[in-house]
Design a protein around this ligand. Structure first.
Ligand SMILES: [Zn+2]
Length: 254
């Protein structure tokens, strides 16, 4: 890495840091090096935190490389690398209308406000395979469901994985993104949920299939669990929505 024609500066990457972790490390060190030059030229360090006097900090948040306000993470956050996922994955990013809930939704890779998350769904990976579930009506779906009151997104993901797939999460839970949704129904689906705006969170994690679905009476009744290659999973999930294949692509790309 070179800056301002000076001596190249080495950047060190620990083994296994991953793509997002490496991005954060690179951004942080580039910022450290650049801050003194930029501050001299413009009188402020970059990237600027809107409305604050400090610059943004490079952070790894749920597997995403983000610039965040160092004083208040809810004040401002943005992706470090602006990848045009919307162009690469047009079906996933297309506006959705979910008539069953009077819902308009849009997918984004920016993590939602945790308090806004009503549902958590998971791309569970067994090696290079993806776990999908079939219910009694021959409908295939990714494990996941409604978050209980005061339940963390991590606990919700683990519970739904066990209930619907008989699987355990064995690696870090990483956010792929969320459908940011607004409903035209007068009331939330469950009284504890935010309304009318909320978010459906999509995550990816390594799992182990070492049990069978517990099928609690108030949940979906799963009759088959399969770990299959992403293309096969996408084909089985597709009848319900055409964007699942791209969601699985994103899980492999991130
Ligand atoms: Zn700030």
């Amino acid at each position: 890495m070179e800056f301002g024609g000076e001596t190249p500066m080495p950047v060190f990457f620990p083994l296994g840091i991953g793509r997002a972790g490496g991005t954060v490390r690179m951004a942080d060190q580039l910022q450290d090096r650049a801050v003194e030059h930029v501050a001299e030229l413009f009188g402020a360090a970059l990237p600027a935190c809107p409305g604050h006097r400090h610059p943004l900090s490079a952070r790894l948040v749920d597997g995403n490389a983000l610039w965040e306000c160092p004083a208040d993470r809810d004040h401002h956050r943005e992706p470090i690398v602006v990848t045009d996922w919307a162009a690469a994955l047009p079906r996933l990013f297309a506006p959705q209308r979910w008539d069953w809930g009077g819902i308009d939704a849009r997918f984004s890779t920016v993590p939602p406000d945790p308090d806004a998350v009503t549902n958590v769904h998971l791309v569970g990976r067994v090696g290079d395979r993806v776990v999908i579930c079939r219910d009694g009506t021959d409908h295939w779906f990714l494990p996941g469901g409604t978050r209980e009151p005061d339940e963390s997104t991590e606990d919700c993901a683990a519970r739904e994985m066990l209930e619907e797939a008989g699987a355990r999460i064995v690696g870090p839970l990483r956010a792929l993104g969320a459908h940011h949704a607004v409903t035209d129904r007068p009331r939330p689906y469950r009284p504890h949920q935010p309304h009318p705006e909320f978010a459906w969170l999509w995550c990816v994690a390594d799992v182990v299939l070492d049990s069978t679905p517990t099928n609690p009476p108030d949940g979906e009744q799963v009759v088959e669990v399969r770990a299959c290659p992403p293309a096969e999973a996408a084909a089985l999930l597709n009848p319900s929505a055409d964007w699942y294949g791209e969601l699985l692509d994103l899980a492999q790309l991130l």
